[in-house]
Design a binder for this molecule. Structure first.
Ligand code: OGA
Ligand code: MN
Length: 291
């Protein structure tokens, strides 16, 4: 396994075949993830079976938003999220198709499934069809974001808790067509704004679009603080931009980074697939997260 640095927190990994995952290789990848937060594996061209096999070796799989948006699925496994603008019958989706709003919501800075407990740990996104321009994916590291806060801000946020809601980003984009049953499937969850990564001991500023208020604060003030912190975390110097090639697999740690997709022409085909693991914590790790 050969690791080459792309940015202070992203790296490119070559010399591995993710279709031939072994426990030893999974362990090496987990260690590299602790160090980097984002790993790019070029030229993997995983089929659906291989992608699921690789993801399962990295942890228990998570269904994410598919829990509430059930229905026709284009992929072989419910555990693969269809990150595409293509309908189940293989056509490019009309701009007002319900699945397009997910594409657009992905263009807001977020951590996958931070709106649920347990949350997502690793996301593994594989590209199969790409548009001629646009559609990059950007990442920012929430450990670097914490470290770069001024001391007054560190003191201010030290003991705050943020409410994360699945539908906040959808409502922001005007997608409000959810039944009370669907809304009830994703009750908001609370995460400490500052966390300590149990594996590396590093502090994390856990923000993103799903964080929609801070407990115990006036709503408007708390929203502005969250927007300000997200802007800080995603300032240009901290961002790594991935320009996709077909066959790339990009893996990120949702507990230590945020990401967003960039603009692409919705009339051009873009097809990626994502498998996601669920965070598993020992009780000691869960306690450490509070600090
Ligand atoms: C995702 C995601 C962004 C993109 O798959 O979780 O946010 O660029 N994707 O498709
Ligand atoms: Mn995402």
């Amino acid at each position: 396994m050969h690791i080459e640095t792309l940015s202070p927190f992203a790296a490119r990994v070559t010399g591995v075949d993710l279709a031939q995952i072994t426990p030893a290789l999974a362990g090496d990848i987990q260690q590299a993830m602790d160090l980097h937060g984002v790993l790019v594996f070029p030229g993997q061209h995983l089929d659906q079976d291989a992608q699921i096999g690789f993801a399962q070796a990295m942890g228990p799989l998570e269904l994410g938003f598919r829990k509430i948006k059930a229905g026709a699925h284009r992929l072989k496994y419910n555990e693969l999220a269809d990150i595409s603008n293509v309908t189940p019958d293989g056509e490019i989706a009309a701009r007002d198709h319900t699945k397009i709003v997910s594409n657009l919501a992905n263009q807001l800075w977020h951590s996958d499934s931070s709106f649920q407990k347990p949350r997502a740990k690793y996301s593994m996104l594989s590209a199969s069809v790409l548009p001629d321009f646009g559609g990059e994916t950007q990442f920012a590291d929430l450990r670097m974001a914490y470290d770069a806060l001024p001391d007054w801000r560190k003191a201010q946020v030290a003991d705050l808790n943020a409410v994360h809601s699945a539908l906040h980003s959808r409502f922001m984009l005007g997608d409000t067509h959810y039944s009370p049953e669907q809304i009830a499937m994703f009750p908001p969850v609370v995460w400490p704004l500052v966390q300590t990564d149990p594996r590396t001991g590093r502090k994390i500023l856990f923000v993103g679009v799903h964080a929609c208020e801070i407990q115990g604060m006036v709503l408007a003030e708390s929203r502005l603080m969250l927007m300000d912190l997200l802007e800080h975390a995603t300032q240009r110097e901290f961002v790594y931009t991935h320009r996709w090639q077909v066959g790339d697999l990009v893996m990120w740690d949702n507990t230590a980074t945020v990401h967003r997709g960039r603009y692409f022409d919705l009339g051009a085909r873009r097809e990626l697939r994502r498998a996601t693991t669920r965070e598993v914590q020992t009780s000691a790790e869960a306690l450490a997260l509070q600090g």
